[in-house]
Write a protein that binds this ligand. Structure first.
Ligand code: GUN
Ligand code: FE
Length: 433
């Protein structure tokens, strides 16, 4: 006899395309053998339907869509929370030496395994990450991502100047290595290859141009950093005197297009943001990192109102946590701070921040029809939250403030490392506490 299909009965917080969320006190989510949702409703399915599914019942827990992290660095996870200094000295003193360690395959193996496991235990089901600069370490990371079943967009970090020799490449090697990784791993086992010039300061014009060409030729995402720190901006303009702005450096080299993910963008000028909108690129906001490295306060509401596409990422280890719930919280806190200095108010609240970390980020990857919320035809990617772990009353006696919006507030503001009870990708449990 064929195995039964699977399902879940729990409370649900479900993001909606208008940038908010629906709250369902008790609902049923049922999916087929491929992990595609067949039923989602607060109405109990018919007895005949229920018989076809094995339904896990967790009425005390809250299911949210699997979280999506759009900007982080796999080789930096080990030194998370170390070295809270400004970007450029931080890169030289901590980051480059740490990434150089990935020449050792056993280091790459241990760290990749640990990194993806920690994504899953934070409820992250899709991650976009920079890898180190070494081909073998990148192969190991792709293999490990496939084993853990996480949806992973991964890029070999490319640099051909301004960084220690051991982590530099050349345009010729970069092309060879990218083509090899694309051939072996791109669009296989839930993985995609991302073209990854680190940032303008560590890339020559020739390397950036190659990155633009490869990302167009293979229709790949391209990730890089932009306008994160004022010293970085000044140095970039000095290195590229022929360019009108930092954004222009990426534009003239063909790196600015609808699959470009630009980390940070704190200090972008209005004209640069207009160019980014014209090219349909996205700015990936990383508030925890911006705070930790003292990079500045992102103008969330300005970019949101202008309709510049915004994503959200943890930027470990500029950020110190792989939790997208922490990141969502931090985005609200920083938007309030920005609004305070700009003498206005912010539109960002808990519902929108959760939307951003799920459906909003799915849309940046053009996967809003597959990922980021619960509806028929999408994948059952789920983070099942035991919010008693973040409840001041620890669930007993019941907290007086226990409406679902109040529980969402606690999940975001009091997020606890143990509160992700299990993580599902395409209906399969990939992490369970
Ligand atoms: N700019 C260039 N490289 C990096 C990096 O690794 N992290 C951050 N936050 N910014 C960068
Ligand atoms: Fe980064």
């Amino acid at each position: 006899m064929q195995q039964k299909k699977k399902g879940l009965c729990a409370a649900f917080i479900n993001p909606t395309p208008n940038g908010s969320v629906d709250f369902l006190g008790e609902a049923y989510l049922l999916w087929n053998h491929q992990g595609v949702i067949e039923y989602f409703s607060s109405e109990k399915p018919s007895e005949e339907k229920i018989r076809q599914y094995e339904i896990a019942v967790h009425k005390d827990k809250i299911a949210i869509p699997g979280l999506i992290d759009l900007h982080t660095h796999l080789p930096q996870y080990e030194f998370a929370a170390q070295g809270s200094v400004a970007l450029l000295p931080w890169l030289q003193k901590y980051t480059f030496p740490q990434e150089a360690r990935f020449l050792d395959a056993s280091c790459a193996q241990t760290q990749s395994k640990n990194f993806f496991r920690h994504c899953l235990l934070n409820g992250t089901t899709t991650v976009v990450a920079y890898l180190s600069s070494f081909l073998e370490a990148a192969q190991i990371a792709f293999e490990e991502a496939s084993r853990t079943k996480i949806r992973a967009y991964l890029g070999l970090t490319l640099m051909d100047r301004g960084v220690p020799k051991e982590i530099q490449t050349t345009a010729v090697d970069a092309q060879k290595n990218m083509l090899s990784l694309i051939d072996t791993y791109h669009k296989k086992n839930g993985c995609e290859f991302v073209v990854t010039p680190r940032f303008a300061l560590s890339c020559t014009d020739a390397l950036l141009t190659l990155c633009g060409e490869v990302s167009h030729a293979y229709k790949l995402f391209l990730q890089t950093h932009i306008s994160e720190n004022t010293a970085e901006v000044e140095e970039t303009l000095r290195l590229f005197p022929q360019c009108k702005s930092y954004t222009d450096v990426y534009n003239v080299t063909g790196c600015l297009h609808e699959r470009t993910l630009l980390g940070h963008g704190i200090h972008l000028e209005a004209k640069e943001r207009q160019l980014i909108r014209e090219k349909k690129s996205a700015v990936i906001h990383c508030p925890t990192s911006n705070n930790f490295l003292g990079s500045g306060i992102f103008s969330y509401d300005t970019l949101h109102k202008e309709k510049t596409r915004i994503g959200l990422g943890t930027d470990v280890a500029g950020g110190y946590s792989l939790s997208m719930l922490n990141e969502a919280k931090q985005s609200i806190e920083m938007a309030k701070l920005r609004a305070h200095f700009d003498n206005c108010s912010t539109d960002l609240n808990a519902s929108h921040a959760l939307y951003q970390a799920t459906l909003g980020n799915a849309a940046i990857l053009s996967r809003e029809n597959e990922l980021g919320s619960f509806s028929i035809g999408k994948f059952a990617d789920i983070a099942l939250i035991d919010d008693s772990k973040c409840d001041p009353m620890f669930g007993a006696p019941p907290n007086f403030y226990s409406s679902l919006p109040e529980r969402l507030n606690r999940i975001l503001y009091r997020s606890h490392p143990d509160m992700v009870a299990s993580t599902f990708i395409a209906g399969e449990i990939v992490f369970e506490r």
